[in-house]
Ligand binder design. Structure first.
Ligand code: SF4
Ligand code: SF4
Length: 176
């Protein structure tokens, strides 16, 4: 199921499909010719230890032209968008920017996206939050809600229609 199918927010965009080839070309040009594979991005990557994301490897594969392989991989969906790789790169490159472009390509070409992203989008569309508020365990191992600590409800956008319109526009924008 694609992002578009899930939300029913927009019809598949043929023009966007045609842009995939252009984006692939742009990606090859922009990237990674200046990456010397020092690995500094990967050594600081928040998703490296638990999720085995290697931004330097993504840069290397992109430079070598393995775009399709990356677009079809699960690896690109493990990036948390912390931007640490971009901050650490001695060459002022942006592995996270490359990963964004690859994700856009995946969505535009109808690849299945991870369920967590779909849930997050549904939640934003429903109440403006990326996830529902959760109960927590205290030190005595008792479950507690916000109310138990006299915390106010998490504020939600006043105009959900506007939030939905913005999201719809974002999903319909051309790649890059
Ligand atoms: S830190 Fe920069 S130069 Fe080093 S591997 Fe990562 S992207 Fe390449
Ligand atoms: S933005 Fe993504 S790739 Fe870059 S350091 Fe953070 S989790 Fe890793």
């Amino acid at each position: 199921m694609s992002l578009i199918d899930l939300t029913s927010m927009a019809e598949p965009d043929e023009e966007q499909q045609e842009n995939i080839e252009e984006t692939l070309e742009a990606l090859k040009e922009d990237i990674p010719d200046f990456c010397y594979q020092c690995g500094k991005c990967t050594s600081g990557c928040e998703a490296f230890i638990l999720l085995e994301l290697e931004p330097h490897s993504i840069m290397g594969k992109s430079r070598a032209g393995f775009i399709d392989e990356l677009v079809n991989s699960e690896e690109i969906w493990t990036c948390m968008q912390c931007f640490k790789c971009q901050e650490r790169c001695p060459q002022d490159l942006s592995p996270v920017g490359v990963i964004f472009a690859l994700k856009n390509l995946a969505v535009a070409s109808g690849k299945e996206i991870p369920g967590g992203y779909q849930k997050m989008l549904q939640s934003v569309l429903g109440n403006g939050l990326i996830q529902q508020t959760k109960e927590v365990l205290n030190r005595a191992n008792d479950t507690r809600k916000r109310d138990d600590y006299d915390l106010p409800p998490v504020p939600k956008p006043e105009d959900m229609n506007k939030v939905q319109q913005i999201l719809m526009k974002a999903t319909q924008e051309k790649l890059r």
